[in-house]
Design a protein around this ligand. Structure first.
Ligand code: BTN
Length: 245
């Protein structure tokens, strides 16, 4: 059976690559356009956020979508929230009964453990949305505890998960293009982990802030309420819900 995805997506399937994000950038340089999806069974150099490694084992999903922001460049980072809402919805359909939540900025959690990581990069004028989903294995926890779909008794295979994500992403992307960030922000907040809870935000190796997760601003920045009551907008960082590791 052909592995096809719903429009506007068309699939390039590989057994193996260094990183699907890097392959997506190469494809974009060679003329690939909006809707191209790179899917690899394995990655030899999978990359995570902030220069981290992404452990990529056979049986998990490694894919990258090339998307045209089609909105002002300053709004392109909002695609991280579009993708998070879409991936969360796809997993909730595949494993009905389990609790999936989005976590700022780019993760999806399953019962509090990281099951999806996303890495957005530029391939001007396109954006690469790289998505890793733990299906068969939950790699050793690094910064955060991890989970995988198989632990939930979910028998979905990587292509099933990819197809579910593509179908949700097509809808949420259209919604964002048409109506902007407001409905995306609303959907994201409805399934956000740790809202109103105490959090630690690691801005860099040396700088952390403690406070309360007060929500998202109208652009997607995390609102952190400091113990003084002052509200800070956080544009980038790692968020921890309990004590810092
Ligand atoms: C993170 O949580 O740090 C982001 C992880 C992103 C991993 C995915 S796997 C597919 C795509 N290719 C990569 O090299 N990284 C992303």
């Amino acid at each position: 059976m052909m592995n096809t995805l719903p429009p506007p997506f068309h699939l390039i399937a590989l057994d193996n690559t260094d990183s699907t994000n890097d392959e997506a950038k190469r494809q974009a340089s060679a003329g690939a356009g909006h809707g191209t999806v790179i899917w690899a069974g394995r990655q030899t150099a999978g990359r995570g956020r902030r220069g981290r490694n992404w452990v990529s084992v056979e049986g998990n999903l490694h894919c990258s979508f090339l998307l045209d922001p089609g909105r002002p460049l300053a709004e392109a980072p909002q695609l991280a929230f579009v993708a998070a809402v879409a991936v969360r919805a796809a997993l909730a359909e595949l494993a009905p009964g389990a609790l999936f939540q989005v976590k700022w900025p780019n993760d999806v959690l399953c019962h509090g453990k990281k099951i999806v990581g996303m890495l957005l990069e530029q391939a001007a004028p396109l954006i690469v949305v790289g998505i890793g989903v733990n299906i068969a294995e939950a790699p050793e926890p690094g910064l955060y505890p991890t989970a995988c779909l198989r632990q939930l008794g979910c028998g979905a295979r990587p292509f099933d998960v990819l197809a579910g994500i593509a179908s949700q992403l097509a809808e949420w992307y259209d919604c964002w293009r048409r109506d902007g960030f407001a409905p995306i922000r609303q959907a994201w907040l409805a399934d956000a982990a740790g809202l109103s809870a105490p959090i630690t935000v690691r801005l860099s190796d040396d700088v952390t802030l403690e406070g309360r997760f007060a929500g998202l601003d109208a652009t997607g920045a995390l609102l952190l309420e400091l113990p003084s009551g002052e509200q800070r907008k956080i544009l980038a960082g790692d968020v921890f819900f309990s004590s810092r590791p």
